[in-house]
Design a protein around this ligand. Structure first.
Ligand SMILES: [Zn+2]
Ligand SMILES: [Zn+2]
Length: 583
């Protein structure tokens, strides 16, 4: 989706749209006063004081109509300069504009823009004539406190968007609709996946039972894969002392992303922003021979990072997150082979989740930059060659970002294109030549000499929080059988005659480890069917006379009309296979 604020032409047009909106509001509500009307990522808004009048959707339609009239009239937009005295005189009846003027630096050139009967204090720039603002749409109205302070008066904020042609506007509105429909916050609330509460705090979502099932499935899924690849999972505390993060370097380089420290007795703790230091210490707990390597330490680890309160968003951007983290300790010779296993795991997971639109990005050092990068030419050259080799071997499409590597090693990111919105980074694999040195980690090589291992930091899902948000938006909450909070819904056609059989079917499915709901409420069949659709349960069994007498089931898949009938024991086999195959 296009970012209007970052597009210069669209910014000017959209800000002019805000003035057009204000002029129309002034025509319809002559007492209206205006605060500010900036351009935002998805269009423009204007904060308006309408006294006690509260605008609704219908009012927006009338305002749009008035805006169209003004556009048709086609007045030029004229800039003029004012002295501070002139400006204060001109806007003397408008406390908001007086406020703005008083906030300006002494030597600011104060400018106004006039179109027909409407003049607004503004820095500009604007389009030449209102005629240019032909393709626009008002999107919504909401309350907004004056200067964002809840102690102040509540103003009304009208949002809109403008484009240079009808096609772009239509396209944008369609995308907006799609984004709204897929918004994981909306679906997450409707399907009881997560909640948040002021008493817990901003950016700290609470996973409800349905969300916990999804998360547990994801954890089990990736844990099983990692087990097979020789990972050893650990549990470590989500705090560490400030000294731990001084040793790792995070305290110096990452402090602004961390929560402030807290003192307990003689120790000073921080909530950890990442788990690398804990895992370094676990590696260092034993003496290792080259024969033990690679050593792979994994953890589903809770981390805390500072995010601006305005930036937090559902499960997507949070202050408390759980990483699907692992640290792989290898000899320099093993970098290629281990990296290959990571890429192979990523591809494997993406296949299971049907993720098809993604790109690899390889961040490399700038070999000319001798200042920034960890000083070991051979290591860099060897590692970078290996990474390229592996990506070529898998036939992965990738691009190289020269000079983008961190100073301690090259990195692989996988950028995934979601159903709506810009690309997101899901998986990462970062090589690190430096951290093992900081923690004085070693292994004994074949000559009996101490060597420093290389570390690969990697996360496949990234965080469970963000990945869940992603999956919700991709599936619109219609999860596959293996992931859905309830995989199968059972509806007896008539409780009196079919409940006993339905209960038996439920028990058999549960014995097979399948999550089932038996809907035995005294409601009509059609009503129960519709509700199962609303709750997006992947499969519904409808059991009546025929099914009971023949030991059969009839099932219907989510959003499909077709019903399939099968013998019960065949069905058990069929459903087990489907779940195993992650269909
Ligand atoms: Zn303006
Ligand atoms: Zn790490």
């Amino acid at each position: 989706m296009i970012n209007i604020k970052e597009n210069e032409e669209l910014s000017v047009l959209n800000h002019s749209g805000a003035h057009l909106l204000a002029q129309a509001v002034k025509h319809l509500y002559p007492d209206a006063l205006f605060w500010v009307g900036p351009v935002i990522t998805d269009g423009f808004y204007y904060d308006i004081d309408l006294g006690s009048k509260k605008l609704n959707e219908e009012d927006l339609v009338s305002i749009e109509k008035e805006m169209k009239k003004i556009v048709k009239d086609g007045k030029r937009i004229v800039r003029s300069e004012l002295t501070r005295e002139e400006a204060l005189e001109k806007f003397k009846n408008d406390p908001y504009k007086i406020d703005l003027i008083n906030e300006m630096e002494e030597d600011t050139v104060i400018t106004c823009y006039t179109q027909g009967d409407f003049t607004d204090l503004c820095r500009g720039p604007h389009v030449e004539s209102v005629k240019e603002i032909k393709y626009f749409k008002l999107l919504k109205v909401s309350g907004a406190y004056y200067k964002g302070d809840s102690k102040n008066k509540m103003l009304q904020r009208i949002y809109g968007v403008a484009f240079y042609n009808q096609e772009d506007l239509n396209e944008y509105l369609k995308e907006l609709e799609e984004a709204k429909e897929r918004d994981h916050r909306k679906i997450g609330a409707a399907l009881d996946i997560f909640m948040s509460h002021d008493l817990v705090g901003k950016g700290m979502p609470l996973w409800l039972p349905n969300g916990a099932i999804i998360r547990k499935q994801l954890e089990n899924y990736i844990y099983e894969k990692e087990q097979k690849l020789g990972y050893h999972h650990v549990y470590t505390p989500c705090v560490g002392t400030v000294d731990l993060y001084k040793t790792s370097g995070h305290w110096d380089h990452y402090k602004e992303n961390m929560f402030p420290s807290m003192k307990v007795d003689e120790e000073e703790f921080v909530l950890r922003p990442m788990n690398c230091p804990h895992h370094m210490l676990i590696y260092g707990n034993e003496i290792h021979s080259y024969r033990d390597l690679p050593i792979r330490i994994g953890e589903f680890a809770t981390d805390f990072r500072y995010e601006a309160s305005g930036a937090v968003k559902g499960l997507e951007r949070v202050r408390c997150m759980c990483q699907n983290d692992a640290h792989l300790f290898v000899t320099p010779e093993q970098i290629g082979e281990e990296f290959k296993k990571v890429v192979s795991l990523i591809l494997d997971v993406y296949k299971d989740f049907g993720i098809k639109k993604y790109k690899f990005r390889l961040s490399l050092r700038d070999p000319m930059d001798k200042e920034k990068y960890f000083d070991d030419d051979d290591m860099w050259n060897m590692a970078e060659d290996k990474l390229r080799e592996v990506l070529n071997e898998f036939g992965c499409e990738y691009h190289e970002a020269i000079g983008e590597a961190a100073f301690y090693g090259p990195k692989l990111d996988v950028e995934v294109k979601p159903a709506v919105g810009p690309e997101i980074t899901l998986s990462t694999c970062q090589l690190d030549f430096l951290l093992p040195r900081k923690f004085e980690l070693s292994y004994i090589d074949s000559n009996g000499e101490k060597q420093t291992p290389v570390v690969l930091h990697r996360a496949i899902f990234g965080t469970f929080d963000r990945f869940t948000a992603f999956i919700i938006e991709e599936t619109k909450g219609a999860f596959p059988l293996w992931l859905a909070p309830i995989s199968i819904n059972i509806i007896p056609v008539n409780n009196e005659y079919h409940l006993e059989y339905a209960t038996r079917v439920k028990e058999i499915l549960e014995e097979n480890g399948i999550r089932v709901n038996l809907d035995s409420r005294n409601e009509k069949l059609g009503y129960k069917m519709r509700e199962a659709q609303t709750r997006k349960i992947p499969m519904t069994l409808i059991l009546g006379d025929k099914e009971r007498d023949n030991k059969e089931i009839s099932y219907r898949l989510y959003s499909e009309k077709e019903t399939t009938t099968m013998k019960l024991d065949e069905f058990i086999e069929f459903i087990n296979l489907k779940i195993k195959e992650k269909k």
